[in-house]
Design a protein around this ligand. Structure first.
Ligand code: IMO
Ligand code: MG
Length: 434
């Protein structure tokens, strides 16, 4: 019986959905506690593909309680769309619960996100344009509107009116963009509220009750360590805390309750959006990994930037989040590229010639590092290998790849993804054991 946090240890899109889905099989409760509709988690189950954004991947298991915590910025229209999509695929939603404390994303957040990105031009962050930054800005400016407000017409309407007034000024005077009327937002949003109302619950009580009762609880991370507002490649980050601690704040659970933190590390690196990326591959090698790994955004469809595995950043993630176990998907993808050799970054050479294991704080410094690589010959893949049960059944170079990650980070690789299906994974340790 244990409490397990699954988080991304890179720039998001590590394949968290797959491992959350795998581990959810043993969990009674799955919690999503940070980010919002910027996340995109692709899960393959029973030969079907599911794309999830705000609903925890645990929803694919009947009987698993799925909580959306107050740390999420909730886009109600998108949530209802996602619910309809899942219902259409025959998924039962009766175990979904949403915290009334979640802040709500409004159309003016989305317009402001777009306006600010367009204003920045070449310096844009490359956001998902889902209104995430502006919604968190309102939260921290203490003018946000929460689900609890939206559910109470008398509370909601004056708050909305004040926000529409303020945001219209901003849109008009700073960005020269049209604003909104209160009615055009209030009407659909009050309707969304009624549709969401049956799912609203005190998720803090539910998750802590579950932990007290000794059941298995899984936190589903969104985004990744390097997108963290404090520890990521600021300003090319999201507006929340994808690190393990963020999941606890966003759910209302204390740090003493967690047994394991699983960091998901893709066998190579990808990122969407702008900013320095030391191991980036701008050539045909990057192209072939992108193709074989289907590296196009789940949320925006953008081609993802691709690079070699960077253990300097993974080690950084391990330290900040106290990662106890690594989960590594896409080993099969690397093999399927047919590339002769693969590189893994094991240090940053600084302009003065020294080699460092430290991830720099400033982007200027990050842009100036030259990755130091260790090379590993690629391995042949056959479909049969996706059925392997033990690391030792994989080609010797694949084993070396995994050992290199373990040696560098000092953290065991406990789960390996060797195909897209649920069953195509190797477990080297049980996660739900305290
Ligand atoms: P999952 O959960 C990858 C990136 C955006 C942009 C930056 C800020 O699928 O791993 P935002 O819209 O959050 O203000 O954008 O963060 N980003 C992600 N990149 N995976 C994600 O989520 C992301 N969520 C946000 O591309 O660079
Ligand atoms: Mg994603």
């Amino acid at each position: 019986m244990a409490v397990v946090v699954v988080m991304g240890a890179q720039w998001g899109d590590e394949g968290k959905g797959k491992f959350v889905d795998l581990l959810a099989a043993q969990a009674e409760v799955v919690v999503r506690a940070t980010g919002g509709a910027n996340a995109g988690h692709t899960v393959w189950a029973n030969g079907q593909q599911y794309k999830l954004h705000q609903i925890p991947s645990g929803i694919l298991y009947p009987g698993t309680l799925c909580l959306i915590g107050h740390g999420v910025v909730l886009d109600p229209a998108k949530l209802l769309q996602e619910m309809a999509y899942l219902r259409g695929k025959g998924v039962d939603l009766s175990n979904l619960r949403v915290s009334a404390g979640a802040h709500v994303v409004f159309p003016y957040h989305i317009r402001l996100d777009e306006a600010e990105e367009d204003r920045k031009g070449a310096n844009k962050i490359g956001t998902t344009r889902r209104g995430i930054g502006p919604a968190y800005m309102d939260k921290f400016a203490r003018v946000g509107i929460r689900l609890v407000d939206l559910l109470d017409r008398d509370e909601f309407l004056p708050k909305l009116a004040a926000q529409v007034e303020a945001k219209n000024q901003l849109l008009d005077k700073v960005y020269g963009m049209p604003g909104f009327t209160v009615e055009e937002i209030a009407e659909p949003y009050l309707e969304y509220a009624e549709q969401i109302r049956p799912f609203v619950a005190n998720t803090v009580e539910l998750v802590n009750d579950a932990i007290d009762a000794g059941t298995n609880v899984l936190f589903e991370g969104a985004q990744g360590h390097l997108l963290d507002i404090d520890f990521g490649t600021y300003p090319y980050v999201t507006a929340s805390h994808p690190i393990a601690a963020g999941a606890l704040i966003g759910a209302g659970v204390g740090p003493t309750r967690v047994n394991k933190v699983v960091g998901v590390v893709k066998a190579y690196t990808s990122r969407v959006g702008e900013g320095p990326f030391p191991t980036e591959l701008m050539d045909a090698t990057g192209e072939i990994i992108r193709e074989k790994g289907h590296e196009y955004g789940t949320t925006t469809g953008r081609p993802r930037r691709i690079g070699w595995l960077d253990l300097v950043m993974v080690r950084f993630a391990c330290r900040v989040s106290g990662i106890t176990d690594l989960a590594v998907p896409h080993l099969d993808t690397l093999a399927k590229t047919g590339l002769k050799s693969l590189k893994v970054c094991v240090g940053y050479r600084l302009p003065d010639g020294t080699v460092s294991k430290e991830f720099p704080v400033g982007l200027k410094a990050l842009a100036q590092v030259t990755p130091v690589y260790e090379e590993i010959e690629n391995w042949e893949w056959s479909e049969a290998l996706s059925k392997a049960q033990r690391l030792e059944e994989l080609p010797v170079n694949a084993q070396r790849y995994v050992k290199l990650i373990e040696e560098y980070t000092g953290v065991p690789v406990s789960i390996l993804g060797i195909g897209s299906e649920r069953t195509e994974a190797i477990y080297r340790a049980a996660m739900f054991q305290a």
